[in-house]
Design a protein. Structure first.
Lengths: 174, 234
């Protein structure tokens, strides 16, 4: 995900300090991984350099001075362009799993067991997300659903590959 | 240790074989479930999942192998004993077509209690509690033909749970529903089963449905692979 675009988008609702931006980001999008302060400040100084934000005020305090950032016209345009642009679908053609299956077949190892181990791990994560979803709000549900649908697609691939393992073995060892 | 009490299991199957004509539906399937546990039985179409469920529930008699429920072997029981077991200890949810079309939703849910000899008023009062719990109290006077697929499935779940079964057998319970409805049915079924400490044998080919289980058993070519190793612990 583009963190700079997400921070810029959050800034569109009004000027904010780096610390408050980090908190807003973590609350809305940081379910799996929270932003590091350093990352926020590095991103803000890059946005400042590129003219997408400007310093709206500086508060002197006991610690380091706190800059308040505001989005510029160029920043608003950049957010709009980012939102309007389709993300490149990732076809996962270089899947690690596919590589592992082929290598297992080439080296005479148990590819079916490898796929079963992976299936169990995928399901374990799906259970965890399902539990998190039942205890969560709508935001949690949508975030977990996105992950669940992707895991489900992987599992379907695992199932199809298991069913075609004999044919694949013939092809890769021919 | 013998198979029938492996790791405190409630229901245990060992080396089940079942052939329909020339087709081997089960070819040495092992399975075990503990009290209160939700186990997903997964596998591709035609792998033998439903046959395994039918053998576990005493609906189908395997050609060979054993099924023990709380220390009693199902094949050693008379038909009447097996029927009594299914009525008193088991609950069932299928993909569709399980509600009696002539009865209202309340009467459908109350049916297992009525068959067990509970007086009508008491049975319907308990049915009503379950309809409320499954969020379908508003259709209690409707007949199955007048409710949506999702509502019908919730009524079916209520009927499966109304008799406080020790084991619920669910065969593709969300198979005929869209994602949102299917999900809600699974949430309600798993919550209710956990609260009443009923074990659930959940046959499904959908991983998102299986994600409501505690663990999964994979059936492939009539063989059940218990990845947690419970059945093999005997």
């Amino acid at each position: 995900m583009s963190i700079s675009h997400a921070l810029l988008g959050l800034l569109e609702s009004g000027p904010s300090h780096g610390y408050d931006l980090k908190r807003a980001f973590d609350a809305r999008f940081g379910h799996d991984r929270q932003l590091a302060y350093g990352q926020v400040y590095a991103t803000m100084s890059r946005l400042l350099k590129n003219g997408f934000v400007e310093v709206d005020g500086i508060e002197a305090g006991e610690g380091p001075e706190r800059k308040r950032y505001a989005i510029t016209e160029a920043g608003v345009t950049d957010v709009a362009q980012w939102l309007g642009r389709a993300e490149k679908p990732e076809p996962y053609l270089q899947s690690t799993l596919y590589t592992k299956v082929v290598l297992a077949l080439l080296t005479g190892r148990d590819a079916a067991a490898l796929l079963d181990t992976q299936r169990a791990e995928h399901l374990r994560l799906m259970r965890e997300l399902t539990r998190r979803k039942s205890g969560g709000d709508l935001a949690d549900q949508l975030i977990c659903d996105h992950a669940l649908f992707h895991l489900e697609a992987d599992l379907r691939w695992l199932e199809m590959t298991t069913a075609r393992l004999d044919r694949l073995r013939q092809e890769v060892t021919a | 240790m013998t198979a029938q009490n492996a790791s405190g299991a409630l229901l245990t199957a060992t080396a089940l074989h079942k052939t329909y004509g020339a087709t081997a539906a089960l070819a040495g399937a092992d399975f075990a479930i503990r009290p209160g546990e939700i186990v997903a039985v997964m596998g591709p179409s035609g792998s033998g999942k439903s046959t395994l469920l039918h053998c576990l529930a005493g609906i189908v008699t395997p050609d060979s192998g054993t099924v023990f429920y709380r220390g009693h072997e199902l094949s050693g029981m008379s038909d009447a004993e097996r029927s009594a077991l299914r009525r008193g200890e088991f609950g069932f949810v299928f993909q569709f077509g399980q509600l009696v079309p002539e009865l209202t939703c309340t009467e459908n849910v109350a049916l297992p209690l009525r068959l067990a000899g509970v007086e009508r008023k008491a049975a319907e009062a308990r049915a009503r509690t379950w309809l409320e719990r499954l969020e379908v109290d508003d259709v209690r006077h409707h007949r199955p033909g007048q409710v949506s697929g999702g509502q019908g499935q919730r009524v079916a779940v209520a009927r499966a749970l109304v008799g406080s079964p020790r084991v619920v057998f669910a065969d593709e319970p969300t198979g005929a529903l869209d994602s949102l409805n299917g999900e809600r049915v699974m949430e309600l079924l798993s919550e209710a089963a956990r609260e009443t400490k009923a074990a659930v044998v959940l046959v499904t080919h959908e991983s998102r449905v299986a994600a409501y289980s505690d663990r999964e058993v994979v059936v492939r070519d009539g063989k059940a692979q218990d990845l947690a190793g419970l059945a093999g612990a005997a």
